[in-house]
Design a protein around this ligand. Structure first.
Ligand SMILES: *Cc1c(COP(=O)(O)O)cnc(C)c1O
Length: 416
């Protein structure tokens, strides 16, 4: 996710207002940023850095890297051999496609409703993104709709996206991949928690890619992981991520460098030490919003929000004109971010890629508005956001001809 989007917006603080008497009272409360990423502080990382000093080992599968991999694997209920660590998730997605040997120039089917990294990874692997629509109830690709396509012969690979950390049914994609012979890779960048051992999303036979970026629920700065129960395939991916080497200095595959350094592993270990607390923080703010919006008919959270997984973003489907809604929220000191913009197909770099009709994406994308969401948010800050959102939504819907109820454009049968 574009971390750089956050501070720029967060610093748009309203100017202090001088009261007539010359005092500085009556200043409006400061704007609420849309995100406030918090990684372990220096003191928590320092013991690990001292280990690096003692070993003099800085990259290439050092001790900290090895411990991080083992602990992450345990978190996901996997053997260490089922996890590969990478420099970030985007490179991991590209390498996963390459590890399947999909011939360059083939199409990679993916949802238009995703972060641009998904399409960038396909291009990096030499494939042509082909954008499909998502299901209105899940905001994800629908395996039945994919399997019913008439053009599967043209599809070299499928990239499935777990939207905003919501789990996808991996078993269905495993089965589809077996029946069609088309490799499937799951971009579960934000699903660190949903994938936990005993959690709602299981790792099957198709590989799953997780991001450890600072804006995700479990962040280490920059980093990624590939989860696969096929050790032979994962070995290919690991080889591709380290110049084509594995165990010797002979390049067996034409690889790149996507390794995770010992310094990143140090942050990762400190971040894992804090994960139980971190997760409680995400759970708490998720609960605050879920309770505040329970029974509300105006603002619909993204699918699965408030269920048995946490993520680091919170988007609602705006009931009226999103542009005026965003402006009204901004006037009330509530910063917003449309995390995935108007959809991947609307970005200039991908506007010429082949695509299906995209009525659901084109309905969701302009209206999916990310609201302030971070672990230390207080109940009154959440109330402030919800109050501002309700006022803005009411004003927006009142201006629009007729009641634009949230269920009208999003009714699944109308778009199925
Ligand atoms: C965050 C994200 C990525 C990119 O992950 P990086 O680790 O920053 O490369 C890719 N896809 C989705 C859906 C994401 O949310």
């Amino acid at each position: 996710m574009p971390l750089d989007a956050t501070p720029a917006i967060a610093h748009a603080l309203p100017a202090r207002i001088l009261a007539p008497g010359g005092g500085t009272s009556m200043a409006p409360p400061p704007s609420l940023p849309v995100a406030r990423p918090r990684l372990p502080e220096a003191a928590a990382i320092l013991p690990y850095l001292r280990e690096i000093d003692a070993h003099g080992w800085y990259a290439n599968q050092g001790q900290l890297w090895s411990r991080l991999r083992a602990r992450l694997a345990a978190h996901w209920g996997l053997d260490a051999g089922c996890v590969a660590l990478t420099a970030n998730a985007t490179l991991a997605l590209a390498l996963a496609l390459r590890a399947f040997d999909v011939p360059p120039g083939r199409k990679c089917l993916m949802p238009a409703w995703t972060f641009v990294a998904t399409a960038g990874a396909a291009r990096e692997a030499g494939l042509v993104p082909h954008f499909a629509d998502v299901h209105p109830a899940t905001w994800a690709l629908d395996p039945d709709a994919v399997e019913a396509r008439g053009d599967l012969g043209e599809i070299g690979a499928i990239l499935v996206v777990a939207p905003f950390g919501r789990p996808v049914d991996t078993a269905q994609w495993d089965a589809l991949s077996v029946r069609t012979g088309i490799p499937v890779v799951i971009d579960a960048a934000a699903a660190f928690d949903a994938l936990r051992a005993g959690g709602p999303m299981e790792v099957g036979t198709t590989p799953v890619v997780v991001s450890l970026h600072a804006t995700k629920a479990f962040g280490i700065g920059e980093g990624g992981a590939v989860l696969s129960r096929d050790p032979t395939w994962l070995e290919r991916l690991r080889r591709l991520s380290q110049f084509g080497f594995l165990g010797s200095r002979e390049a067996v595959l034409a690889g790149t460098n996507a390794k995770l350094s010992e310094y990143a592993a140090a942050v990762g270990l400190a971040s894992l030490d804090a994960w139980p607390d971190t997760r409680r923080g995400w759970e708490r703010v998720t609960r605050l919003y879920a309770d505040a919006l329970a029974g509300d008919t105006r603002l619909m959270p993204s699918p699965g929000f408030g269920e048995d997984w946490v993520s680091a973003t919170f988007s609602v489907l705006w009931p009226g004109d999103p542009t005026s809604g965003i402006a009204a929220l901004s006037r009330q000191g509530v910063t917003t971010l449309r995390w995935w913009g108007d959809g991947c197909h609307r970005h200039p770099a991908y506007a010429n890629c082949p695509r299906d009709p995209l009525p659901v994406t084109d309905t969701i994308a302009p209206r999916a508005i990310g609201l302030p969401f971070w672990r230390e948010m207080t109940a009154s800050q959440v109330e402030r956001v919800c109050g501002a959102a309700w006022r803005s939504a009411e004003a927006a819907t009142a201006c629009i001809a007729g009641p634009m109820a949230r269920s009208v454009p999003m009714d699944p049968p109308a778009l199925a």
